[in-house]
Design a protein around this ligand. Structure first.
Ligand SMILES: [Fe+2]
Length: 179
């Protein structure tokens, strides 16, 4: 279950109800999916073949199609990041720049962990959403954010898209001390 850490106050929000309420208040879509559908051999696998990725999409096909219908996504894929990913350091440097998109950015975490750092309302400022398997999140369009890994440095996620153009990252200038 996701945990929220507000970066300027250090406030921690945890527990299903509190996390839902906090994210709803900040306009961030969040829900939990049953990861029991994932084949056992993929629960802790981060170096994925194309067959593995297809298997992950098949396992959640019904849920993905339902989410896509509810929110207008037209295609989806699987991304895996770990120490075995070529150029992982370079990729992370890119991911760690604050940016926005013209569409929302949705991720279903199926293994490992990841953090979205999202700009909240003026009072809240930036907050971390620490995600684990089963967490489904969508950072709203035009909302400054960035992504990084956690201590385990590995994640598998399903990404859904409305339009590939909508996912282009537009750099967002932010004063360093406010992030
Ligand atoms: Fe993004």
């Amino acid at each position: 279950m996701a945990v929220i850490r507000v970066r300027n106050s250090g406030k921690v929000v945890d527990g299903q109800e509190n996390v839902h309420a906090f994210l709803e208040c900040q306009g961030v879509f969040f829900e939990r999916w049953d990861m029991g559908k994932l084949p056992e051999n993929l629960v802790e696998k981060f170096d994925l073949t194309d067959e593995d990725k297809a298997e992950i999409l098949k396992s959640f096909d019904e849920d993905i199609r339902s989410l896509a219908e509810r929110r207008g996504y037209v295609n989806w894929d699987v991304i895996a990041l770990s120490e075995k990913t070529p150029n992982i350091e370079e990729l992370l440097k890119k991911f760690e720049q604050v940016h926005t998109h013209t569409d929302d950015e949705v991720r279903i975490i199926t293994a490992g962990h990841g953090i979205f750092i999202v700009k909240g309302d003026d009072e809240t400022g930036y907050f971390n959403i620490e995600l684990e398997a089963g967490d489904v999140i969508s950072v709203p369009e035009h909302t400054p954010h960035f992504f990084t890994l956690m201590d385990d440095r590995q994640v598998v996620a399903v990404r859904l898209f409305i339009d590939t153009d909508g996912w282009v990252a537009h750099p967002y200038e932010e004063k360093e001390h406010t992030i």
